[in-house]
Design a protein around this ligand. Structure first.
Ligand code: ADP
Ligand code: MG
Length: 333
């Protein structure tokens, strides 16, 4: 879905693409792989965590709730829950103020990490897992979760590169180790990790200066970045409503491959616009010259003028066939 002609034209000129990680380059359907408890037992910890996370729409949160359900845990109610964008969230569970999120959040809460916690975190980060600390005045436990890079991601980026995108950048609020791992898997040119939503906007502003920039995200925590790029592209069904609203282009299916298709169409549309401008100006100039310096019978002038318009329209209509043709071509399967 292109929100107007300007969005389409800009998208066709894009030479830098920036991506959010979770839910965009990765599936965003994380599996809880590790639960390390420092106080109490696993299920107790997950029950409290799920109580908080059921109020969040972040992919991390959904995974936690799914895990709790799979373990057959009865969800508690959390009160006064509050999202801390790019870091996690907090709320009251059974009267106790709890928070859950990344290292940044732990720091912000003034909690010092014991050596056992630090070792656990480093181990999980090294394995390329997203980590989640849960705590109150101290860390109660750590959860590690694994996400998978979308199967179509590598192919899509290669195709986009062939078509003219020169630079791929990943922006993530997650830690450096996981960012680097994905960057090497996908051959990205630049990665920025540990970003808060406002940091993402800053990076997007800098990238904007280097060319025509499209930012692709699911909008959970990156609606501002979507709005700041030349073209914001929202990711289909997984995306949030805010993303669909702040974006200029929306992929209506949860398939990253559609990005290359959209780009091919946008480029094609720009080519048709150029062809039509050149053709129309050519015909008009020719007729002006003929009329002034030689001879142009009136009927021929009418045919030239209106006929030219019809040809321009017909040339534009070719794009209608481009969509089904591209969809059925092997390149986008
Ligand atoms: P990204 O989409 O790149 O992961 P976000 O800004 O959405 O970036 O999130 C950044 C980080 O903040 C996450 O990696 C996670 O550590 C933490 N975070 C965000 N939301 C939650 C949540 N609901 N529960 C726990 N941690 C969260
Ligand atoms: Mg996100």
């Amino acid at each position: 879905l292109f929100k107007g002609g300007a969005a389409l034209e800009t998208f066709g000129k894009t030479n830098i693409m920036a991506f959010d990680k979770t839910g965009t380059l990765t599936e965003g359907k994380m599996r809880v792989t590790d639960v390390v408890v420092f106080d109490g037992n696993e299920n107790e910890l997950l029950t409290k965590l799920a109580a908080l996370e059921q109020h969040s729409e972040h992919p991390i949160a959904q995974s936690v709730v799914r895990e709790a359900n799979q373990r057959g845990l009865r969800l508690l109610e959390a009160e006064a829950t509050q999202a801390i964008p790019g870091q996690g969230l907090q709320g009251f569970v059974e009267g106790q103020l709890l928070w859950a999120g990344n290292r940044k959040l732990a720091e912000a809460k003034g909690v010092t990490l014991g050596s056992q916690t630090r070792v656990t975190l480093e181990q999980l980060e090294h394995e390329g897992k997203t980590i989640l600390l849960i705590g109150s005045d101290k860390v109660l436990g750590v959860v590690g979760m694994a996400d998978t890079v979308r199967t179509t991601a590598k192919q899509t980026l290669e195709r986009l590169r062939q078509q003219g995108v020169q630079k791929f950048v990943m922006l993530t609020g997650d830690h450096e180790a996981i960012a680097k791992q994905i960057a090497s898997q996908l051959d990205l040119d630049e990665v920025h990790a540990n970003l808060l939503p406002e940091d993402k906007v800053e990076v997007v502003k800098r990238l904007r200066e280097q060319g025509t920039l499209a930012y692709l995200g699911d909008g959970v925590n990156d609606a501002a970045a979507l709005a700041t790029a030349h073209d914001g592209v929202a990711m289909g069904t997984a995306g949030s409503d805010v993303a669909l609203e702040s974006a200029d282009v929306a992929l209506l299916s949860d398939d990253l491959g559609r990005l290359a298709l959209a780009y091919a169409l946008a480029r094609k549309a720009n080519r048709v616009i150029r062809q039509n401008l050149m053709f129309a100006l050519g015909v008009l100039s020719l007729m002006v010259v003929l009329t002034l310096f030689w001879y142009l019978p009136l009927p021929l002038g009418v045919v030239g003028h209106e006929g030219g318009t019809l040809l321009v329209v017909a040339n534009g209509l070719r794009l209608l066939w481009a969509v089904p043709k591209a969809k059925s071509s092997a390149a986008f399967k």
